[in-house]
Structure formats: structure tokens, C-alpha cells
Design a binder for this molecule. Structure first.
Ligand code: F6R
Length: 261
């Protein structure tokens, strides 16, 4: 796991966008795994900017989102389909027929099964973008999720419901169930890019990078992933014990890349 610590939330987005753009430019038909929530918003804006400037195209890209709420329709303002259209897809040249998000209406178990199969049929994920919950979840794989899990229905924890209540008005139905890619599904991505910003993520960031590999902190499964880059701002990195070492690794890696050898 490579841990990159930068000064600000904006730098997390810039560094992340640079990484994504380089990845997509090298594999123009890449399959991306996408996340919703607050964390990737600035990253998506950076990608939109690159696309508007003409330095990045999503025309050949396919995407699979991590998750979707159960019980709200695609056109509901809090659905993840609505979010992705508003925050990214409507502003780039991606073919929306190639953007997949689990369907949260109808039979959710069948929907989850079909989603997993579709992802398999299309060859899996090349680059998976992740945020992290304050309880260490990735996707909606809540603490105690099986590390071998595939796409399925999950019950959201009280913590996640509280964290996400900021998006719903007081009298609005807030789902407590979701369809999410499983941890094993995520682990099959060839490359993972996890972003975390702000002090509210500091404990989860410490636990998943430096704590034990445990279903109690689902993101810790990434310790077993061969190609994971974590980009965090200073606030989210606050509790890391080996911060100086991660900074040294970044410095040495850059030196090596710039050297003539
Ligand atoms: C979103 C997702 C979640 C979020 C996480 C962090 O698709 O799967 O795991 O990445 O809850 O959310 P924010 O970024 O809003 O703090």
C-alpha cells in the first residue's frame, strides 16, 4: 500500500485526478469503479476540467459504481444514479449506456447478482476509486462484513445512516439498506485509489492502514491488495504512526523516478 500525504483536500483531488488521467490515457477503454459521497466531488470536478480542456476522454470508458440505496428510484435526488449524472456523467463524454449502477428498486437480491455477473462478463475493474466511511467501510461493506463478500444487499449501520443523514431532509425517507459491491469484488480491481480527507476520517485511516487486518475495519482488506494508493490530507493522516516513513517513501520514489538509472 502506498500512502501519499498532501496538505489539503484540494491537493488530494488534484493528485488523484492526475493519477486517474494518466491511467485512462494509458488504457483508453478502462473500466472504472466509482464512488459517491462528499470525498470524490472535487476529484470529479478536476476530471471534468481535464475533459473540458480536451486532455482526457471518457468516450471508451466503462464504469461500475460501488453501491446504490434500496427503495429509492433512479430519478430520486438522493439516488446514486442521480448523483453520478449530476456530478460527473452529464459533464464528460462518457456513453451513459456504459455506466452501471446497481438498481435499488425491484428484487434487490436478483439485482445484486446480475450486477456481479455483468461486471464479471465485462472483465472486472481496472481502476477502483474509493472513499472510506468513518467506521472503516468501503462501498457499503459495514464492519463485520465478510472479507470474501460479493455484490449483495447490506443493512447500513446506525453510524452510516447518521453520517449520510446530511443529504436527506428531516421528513424524507432515508434508506437503511443498500446494494454494494462486496469486499472480494473490490479486491479484484487491478488498481485501487482510496481518497480520504478531514479529521472525521483520521481514526478509520489509521485503523485500515496500520491496524490489524480485520472485518471490524473492512478497508483493512486493502492491506492484502497488491496495487493500492491511498491519498490523504494532513487532517485525515493525523493519527498515522508511520507518517514520516510514508513521506520518506514518496520522496525516495520520486528521486528514483527522476534519476537516470
Ligand atoms: C460511496 C461509498 C461510501 C463512501 C463513504 C465515504 O459510494 O461507497 O463508502 O465512500 O461512506 O463517504 P463520504 O465521502 O461522503 O465521507
Amino acid at each position: 500500500m502506498q500512502v501519499v500525504i498532501v496538505n489539503s483536500e484540494q491537493q488530494v483531488a488534484k493528485y488523484g485526478a492526475q493519477f486517474c488521467a494518466q491511467f485512462i490515457n494509458q488504457k483508453i477503454n478502462a473500466t472504472l469503479g466509482l464512488a459517491t459521497g462528499s470525498t470524490p466531488l472535487s476529484l470529479y470536478q478536476e476530471l471534468i476540467n481535464k475533459s473540458s480542456e480536451g486532455s482526457l476522454s471518457f468516450a471508451a470508458v466503462t464504469s461500475f459504481n460501488l453501491d446504490e440505496y434500496i427503495g429509492i428510484t433512479e430519478d430520486h435526488p438522493q439516488s446514486y444514479r442521480f448523483f453520478m449524472n449530476q456530478k460527473l456523467f452529464n459533464h464528460i463524454d462518457i456513453n451513459k449506456n456504459n455506466t452501471y449502477i446497481p438498481i435499488g428498486m425491484g428484487d434487490p437480491h436478483a439485482s445484486a447478482h446480475e450486477y456481479e455477473n455483468r461486471l464479471k462478463e465485462l472483465g472486472g475493474i481496472d481502476l477502483q476509486i474509493l472513499g472510506i466511511g468513518s467506521n472503516g467501510h468501503i462501498g457499503f461493506n459495514e464492519p463485520s462484513s465478510s472479507l470474501a463478500s460479493r455484490t449483495r444487499v447490506k443493512t447500513l449501520t446506525a453510524q452510516t445512516i447518521a453520517d449520510n443523514s446530511r443529504f436527506f431532509s428531516a421528513d424524507e425517507f432515508q434508506p437503511s439498506l443498500a446494494i454494494t459491491m462486496g469486499i472480494a469484488t473490490i479486491m479484484e480491481a487491478k488498481q485501487v485509489l482510496l481518497l480520504a480527507t478531514g479529521e472525521s476520517k483520521a481514526t478509520a485511516v489509521r485503523d485500515f492502514i496500520e491496524g490489524p487486518l480485520s472485518a471490524s475495519c473492512p478497508a483493512s482488506a486493502l492491506q492484502m491488495h497488491p496495487n493500492t494508493i491511498v491519498i490523504v490530507d494532513e487532517k485525515a493522516a493525523k493519527l498515522l504512526e508511520h507518517k514520516a516513513y510514508y513521506q520518506q517513501v514518496k520522496f525516495e520514489t520520486e528521486q528514483l523516478e527522476n534519476s537516470l538509472f
